[in-house]
Design a protein around this ligand. Structure first.
Ligand SMILES: Cc1ncc(COP(=O)(O)O)c(C=O)c1O
Length: 302
């Protein structure tokens, strides 16, 4: 069996030992970036987050990322305590402090803040939100296509912790990932409540069949920004693309499969539940879409 791997694997970069972290209006060394054990994010997973990537001096699709962050905060009734411009300034200040110009990844996290007592009720968070940005030097580094295993953990209905929310608590996804690893795979392929193939525990999922690109309806999965860019690119380039229900039978029989996410852009999938997908390597459609996405990033981040 080959070594353990994850879709968020990056090249080792020693500079990440000395990065500076944004924490509640201050920029502090990594070792000093600490939050209270009373923080609602630590205690309860009560917060939202967003992942962004820096290419050639520009944070790609930052407008969409900020929209999604503010929408998620509103959904959980969390006041970020900053305007969009202030959030953007915090990103730029952290970038400048770290002297980063390209190939960086930022994780913005906002929690309901420090609680007065160690209990669940949101009214116990009385000190305002905790806002932090971890910004790392980051170049994705995958030595081989990803292996997936279907797991018993479902993408639930929207009334049970809507799977569209980028919530701090990722336990359902983490359990899916653990189950996949125990099955000898890298990441978990998750079904929806009707048994249709939906998404993985950390990325959106696509298959390619006979020149057509298929992904889930978009219900039950993260409304991925990279997912939407891939759909838009297919439409703009006359590649037939469908958001539809499909099953594991369609998936095992696909010519290609790939994942999407801000970190890794498009990641080829070589194997699902012990079945080789296509020839087990990156297929021509995945390669084409990766090229189109690279061009889009070059335009966006010129
Ligand atoms: C569960 C899940 N799916 C998919 C994605 C990919 O979304 P995006 O393309 O916006 O990075 C993420 C990233 O936050 C995620 O957490």
């Amino acid at each position: 069996m080959s070594e353990k791997m994850s879709t968020h694997q990056a090249q080792e970069d020693q500079r990440n030992e000395d990065i500076l972290i944004y924490l509640n209006g201050e920029i502090v060394p990594k070792a000093e970036a600490k939050v209270s054990v009373y923080d609602s994010g630590f205690m309860l997973g009560d917060g939202v987050w967003e992942g962004l990537r820096l290419y050639n001096g520009t944070w790609a699709f930052v407008g969409e990322h900020l929209d999604r962050l503010f929408e998620a905060a509103k959904a959980i009734d969390l006041d970020i305590g900053k305007s969009r411009d202030e959030v953007m300034q915090a990103i730029l200040d952290t970038q400048a402090a770290n002297n980063m110009t390209t190939d960086a990844h930022a994780r913005l996290m906002v929690t309901r803040g420090v609680k007065t007592r160690p209990f669940q009720h949101p009214s116990l968070s009385q000190q305002g939100p905790t806002f932090t940005i971890i910004m790392e030097h980051s170049r994705p580094n995958l030595p081989r296509p990803i292996r997936l295993a279907t797991v018993p953990h479902l993408r639930g209905l929207p009334m049970t912790q809507d799977p569209k929310l980028n919530s701090h608590s990722k336990l359902n996804c983490i359990l899916a990932c653990i189950a996949a690893e125990k099955a000898g795979a890298d990441e978990g392929l998750m079904l929806d409540v009707n048994g249709f193939v939906n998404t993985t525990n950390a990325c959106n999922f696509f298959i390619v069949r006979k020149g057509e690109v298929w992904t889930s309806t978009g219900d039950y999965c993260m409304n991925g920004i990279t997912r939407q860019k891939v759909i838009d690119l297919c439409r703009a380039n006359d590649i037939p693309v469908f958001e539809r229900n499909y099953s594991l039978v369609d998936t095992y029989g696909a010519d290609e499969a790939f994942l999407t996410g801000t970190f890794g852009a498009q990641t080829p999938v070589g194997e699902i539940d012990g079945r080789q997908i296509g020839d087990g390597q990156m297929g021509p459609m995945t390669e084409r879409i990766r090229g189109l996405y690279k061009d889009l990033i070059a335009q966006e981040c010129a």
